[in-house]
Design a protein around this ligand. Sequence first.
Ligand code: HEM
Length: 498
Amino acid sequence: MHLYQMSSKLFGDTVGRMNDNLTSIVLAASVITLTLGYISKMLLKQSSVSVRNKYPPYIPSSIPFLGHAIAFGKSPIEFLEQAYDKYGPVFSFTMVGKTFTYLLGSEAATLLFNSKNEDLNAEDVYSRLTTPVFGKGVAYDVPNPIFLEQKKMLKTGLNIAHFKEHVKIIEAETIEYFQRWGDSGERNLFEALSELIILTASSCLHGKEIRSMLNERVAQLYADLDGGFSHAAWLLPGWLPLPSFRKRDKAHREIKNIFFKVIQKRRRSGEKVDDILQTLIDATYKDGRPLNDNEIAGMLIGLLLAGQHTSSTTSAWMGFFLARDKALQERCYAEQRAVCGDDLPPLNFDQLKDLSLLERCLKETLRLRPPIMTMMRMARSPQTAAGYTIPVGHQVCVSPTVNHRLHDTWAERMEFNPERYLNDNLAAGEKFAYVPFGAGRHRCIGENFAYVQIKTIWSTLLRMYDFDLVDGYFPTINYTTMIHTPHNPVIRYKKRKQ
Ligand code: HEM
């Protein structure tokens, strides 16, 4: 407007001074042409600024502050799918006073996965949940380059030599744990797998000293600590005197003290055990500084909890998919015999790798039930996606669950079909169509361990039992938990005749 007024004035003044003199006319014409040129250039520039600042479509809500929290909380996937159909791959909405912008589909997700942490920041959204649980000095409590170094140290410990040992440990823990199930019955599969996975993860990721201390009291401490991963912790200020916050903080202190003693004992003994704890004791940052006991203890907590819910939910869902499709279950059992031998000897890592049908079943479980439903970042600088500008302060999200079932990408998208990976499929050509472990700088380091763990558990269980749904009930999804767990996850089982 300001520019428009200035140029009209210039135009009027020029015409006013004009006389019949031809020179004046030519001069005036030149001035007018130049002025019009200038105006149109400025207007063009202005319109390109406004295109750049076109914000993503906003889903309106009549409920102040809460916004879409209720609809989203009830059925987040349906909410996002409907929004995708109506608004396209990028849209924003408000929940509990925060604005979320979702990037759905492989192309839109590129922004989040390729971004720098300074632009789309993970600490800003995750730290309030993770720092009270893992403690200070690790993960999202430190600048991302330091966390990346810590991830590298952990990755060094998650190597093939260790996995070979892990297979034996996990098989033994599974056989031991399921003794209590007897020959047949109906039991809560998710509960059992959650308990089992604390034991296997503690043995494999923490080492034999910490595993040997894992009794009911310590299991309760883990449960209290884990209670820190709640919607309340995410939404409410950390200083509130909530019982769950207090339990979390007390459990954190007690577990750290247990870990400190083990770390110090290991350091003093000079014994070199080849496990992840030793990898961390021996690790150094790029500048040569070794990890201190607090960092090691925090990383051990992080390792256990990062893999706990993700692996237990995935394993439980996989059990229900196999129980629902008996023919597939039988093929998986036959694969055990074909790959490992008819007498089904103890598992080993090389055979585990060859169990390709079981592997595809796990891959397909992670497609339809990826435990991390949404990855989030805080926009610290304006970001562009699909021609829209996402302003600073938006929580930018990618949902593996939605990407994994997008109708544009996946044929028979809701079918559990492990064979889909053997055929040509559209999804294989899209970089971020399948992202259960994330991508980019925040990508999961636990993928290989998770595959070893879940494949070993299910190999052992398939050899022990034949599974069925109870009266045809396939669990619905419990959306109230941060990781989408199965509702009423009871399974029927019967010992196999060897
Ligand atoms: C089925 C099992 C698992 C699934 C589906 C899973 C999924 C994920 C996803 C989606 C991310 C990316 C998060 C983001 O970008 O915001 C991630 C990151 C991570 N995961 Fe896992 N995870 C699993 C198991 C594990 C295990 C067993 C460990 C440790 C042994 C682990 C350790 C980590 C770590 C350290 C990160 C890095 C976070 C970051 O850099 O910001 N995960 N995981």
